[in-house]
Each structure stands twice: as C-alpha cells, then as structure tokens.
Design a protein around this ligand. Sequence first.
Ligand code: M6R
Length: 605
Amino acid sequence: MCGIVGVVGRQANDAIDVLLNGLKRLEYRGYDSAGIYYVDSMNQTDQVVKAVGPIKHLEAEVNQEQRAQTGIGHTRWATHGKASLTNSHPHVSQNERFVLVHNGVIENAAALKATYLQDVTFTSETDSEVIVQLVEHFASTQDVFEAFKHTLTLLEGSYAVLLMDREHTDEMYIAKHKSPLLLAVGEGFNGVCSDALAMIEYTDQFIALVDGDVATIRPTSYEISNLDGIERTPELFTANIDQEAAGKGTYPYFMLKEIDEQPIVMRRLVETYLNKENESAIDASIVEQMMEADRIYIIGCGTSYHAGLVGKKLIEEWTHIPVEVHIASEFAYYPPIISERPFFIFLSQSGETADSRQVLVQTNEMNYPSLTLTNVVGSTLAREATYALYLNAGVEVAVASTKAYTAQVGLLAILAQRVGDQRAIDATSQIDLAHELSMVSLAMEVVLEDKQQFETLAHDFLATTRKAFYIGRGVDYYSSIESALKLKEISYIQTEGFAAGELKHGTISLIEEETPVIGLITEAHTAGQTRSNLSEVASRGAHVLIISNETNAEPTDQYVIKNVHPTLQSLVTILPTQLLAYYATIERGYDVDKPRNLAKSVTVE
Ligand code: M6R
C-alpha cells in the first residue's frame, strides 16, 4: 500500500533506473498511480514525471536518454482523492521549491490547512500535499531541516516521507512514523525504501528506521536523530533476499508459483524448526512464556486472521491452553477482558500491517509478552514484539496470500507441539511432527499435480457466476472463510464462507438455480451433517462441488485429498481452493496477482 523509493548520488547516472526498478519491485504492495522526481546535477535539470495506472505508463513518460544521480519515487494507493495525475506523488510546494513523497495518512490534514495554509492553492485532493506546503510555509522563517521537523511535530497519523529541496539537491530529508521505511546504504550512494526488495539490486546493507526517526541523507553520509535532535547510530543489517526467488521465473503469475512452493515451504519449516541440531531455532523463553500463559491471544487480519483460527484449534488441542483469535482492527478499539497472564501472538505475512501494529503498540504499553510470526525479516511487527519467528516462505508477491498462510499454520503447529510437549501432554509428545509435516508436503504435491482438474472445475462452476459459497464445519469452516476470501479477492465473485449449519438460518434464501456451493468435508464426526446441508442447497438448485479427504470421501465427490494427521488436514484442504480461485480468475480474465483496490502490505488503518 503505497511504495517509496529514493536515491542520492548515483555516480553511474542511473538514478531513474534505480527509481523505476525499485517501484516495480514494490508493485506487489498495490497502487493505482506512480511518479518520480529526478535530478541531473551534471546538466542542472530536474523534473517530476507521473502517470496513472501501471509503472509501464510512467516509464513511457520518461525520456529514455535522460540521466540522473538523485531522485524520489512513489506508487500511490488512493486514500484521499481518486487515482489521478494531480493526486499522484511527488507533490510540489506552491513556490515549487520543495518536492515530496509520502506513505501513510495525515489524519489532521484539514485542521492544518485551516490553521496554517489558508492562502495556499492546493493542486491535489490529498492529505500528503499538506506536508510539502507546510514545509514551504515554515521554511520562509526557518532553516529547511528545522521547517521539516516543525512540520512533522504537527502531523497526526502515519507517515514515511522523503523531501527534496530543489535549491540543495545533493541531500534528502526523510522521516518515519508508523509507516515502514528503510535506509539503504550503498557504495558511493545512499537510498531509502519501503521494503528492502526495492533496493536489493544495488545494496544488501540496510538500516531499519524506527518511529520518530528523522534523517538527512547524502551520497556518502547520513545523520539520524529524533525530533528533539538526539542522534542515533543504528546498526546496519544485511537483507538476505534471494533475487531469483523473488522473480516469477517461467510462471505466468506469482500466485501460481507461490501455490506451487508450499510443499517446499513445509519442508523448510521442518528443517528450520524441527531439526534436532537446531532446537534453539525456537528460543526456549518463547516456550516458557507460552507455558506460563493462562490464555493465548492471536491477532491478525484477513488471511492471517484465518490462519489464527486454525491455529487456535491446533494450540488448544496440543497444549490445552485456551486461545482467543481476534481481528486486529476490532481488538484495537474494542479490546476484550484480558486474562491475568496473557501471551499475544501476532500473525502477519508482511509484518507491516497497521491494524495489527496498533494492537502491538497497546500490548507493549501493558508489558504483555508477544511473539510475531512473519515472513519479513526486520519488519516492524518483528522488531517491536518481544519475540519473532520467521516463516521462511520466501518473498510472497501476489496480493492473494497462499504460502504465507500455510507457513503460518505450519509454524503454529510446531510451536503448539513444542509447548504441549513441555507441558508433558502425552498425546502431543507422541506426535512425530517432522514426519507428519513431511506427509503434508507430499499430500500437497499430489494436489498440485492435479491442476488440470481445478482448471476444469473452475470452468464448470465459476466461469460466469456472480456469487458462490464455501461451507464446512469445525476446521473446515475456517478453511471455508479463507477459501471464500481467496476466491472473492481475485475473481470478484461475491463469495461467502459459512458454517455449514448456519445456512438454513438465513443465507439459504440466496441460493438460486446454479449457485455454486463448495462443501469442504474432512472431519468424520460432522461429515454427515455437512452432506445434509449440501443436500438442502442442492434441492434448491445449487451447483454443489465437494472436496473431501480419503476417510470421508464418497464416489460422487469432485475432489478427494490425501489423509494426513487429522489436526494438520486443513494445510492440504486449502490448496484445491487456492487453485480454484486462481483458475476462476484466469477464466474470467483478471490480473491474478494485482486485484483491483487491494494492496499487499496494508500500512494504513
Ligand atoms: O501482511 P498481513 O498478513 O498482516 O496482511 C493481512 C491481510 O491484509 C492479508 O492477509 C490479506 O487478507 C490477503 N490479501 C489475503 O489474501
């Protein structure tokens, strides 16, 4: 959700390429317009270039011969004002001296305009423009850096900001509060970006800026301080990103590649966390703190929330500790009564989700112990929680999360078993989880070999329908809501996931001739009931598709997945539904990886 990239001092004169490549790498975050500001100090030229739509539109606007050493770039995901040239970044101040890109939301933009900027003619509808106009306002009486800091002290909301002064283009001012921002330290140049992926082609050395940081960066130096001027010299970290793995290879879409990677991701979890020689991969104090908890709270959004629901079942079954799962954006403003000894688990692929971070800030204030499970090393949620464990799923680019979901569930299983084992719960201690997850991996591979079948099923059931339902009971209900989210977010079919027994309490009135209802049946003690619910909808004209496992299969079921350990079955159930979502979207002619209105990293509340 909005991506930022900036660079100062590229001696190779390739700053425009650095910006455009960086923005392409940030495309996964979701955006609807893009822009850059570049400076060619050799020839004393500079220019803002913007375009609505994909980065290739922006590229087409840039003069191919143009060289530059410094610049800033931005992909915008509209929050205030529609996607248009005037609303896209960079924004330029009224006297044209200052140029700025911003990620985040300025909640008091209207009040700031009314107080300080009545005489300014705004060119956009954005909240971001307020920042650059305020800098100009204060710079009439203050040094530019002081004017920048003065502006920051007035802002309420979230920001990652890059500011350039056209009278001093050899440096850049940057600041961070709640929105992600990294300093990229190169040889002979410095950069800045929302995600290390944007600059990894040019350097692997980064500094994670923290909230309240404000900095000046130049080609070979940088100074970081807080708004009170107290300097900070943070450590560099090396970003370990496999650039090839971050590419699509021969796949038409990242989503298909990422679906295919799931068996490997399971094996990697086993190697990382269940290898006897590597037992310290899970810090013993995480296990101790979880054992001491009287209740575990799992916090997440979207797919991560759904992984939490499956995790609840796993943790309760294997540790006997009660678990509550909460949608982060609800918990932040309507917290439940918290138990005496809580332990918080934050689930987030990106590690940057603003809603989840809002809760983490609150739990940190209360000194509650917390653990983040994330895919992104050094991300905000990883840094700010008491502990972090990494999914090691490799970069997930498609907006629709697939391998991060199964990695989250897999890692929660590993954690649950470790805690249950320590609590001497016999049944848990007896599980050979490395073996069971290897069986999951094999069962996943079998599904992936049957892609053709899902292409056909998507064609038969989902090619033209306007709505669809997934239903199931127990953990199949949790898989149903995740499956429904996957289908609706990329194919735009209005899809709901339901507890199978609930349909008859209202929703069954939506069933019409040919409405697709997909039943998930993997638990023996409710298989009969779910089949009855499917008969009820079939009698009313529904087009019923059944995905079951071997134990519960009937000859007419359209797809049967392999049995694995019953508590881990949902790790396999989800793959057919990911493939159905993928092929339905292809069939309907939409961009699988970049669904409309959505962002990969949701950094606003
Ligand atoms: O990065 P996070 O896991 O915190 O993101 C949470 C949701 O925004 C995310 O899972 C979203 O629901 C996915 N697009 C679903 O595929």
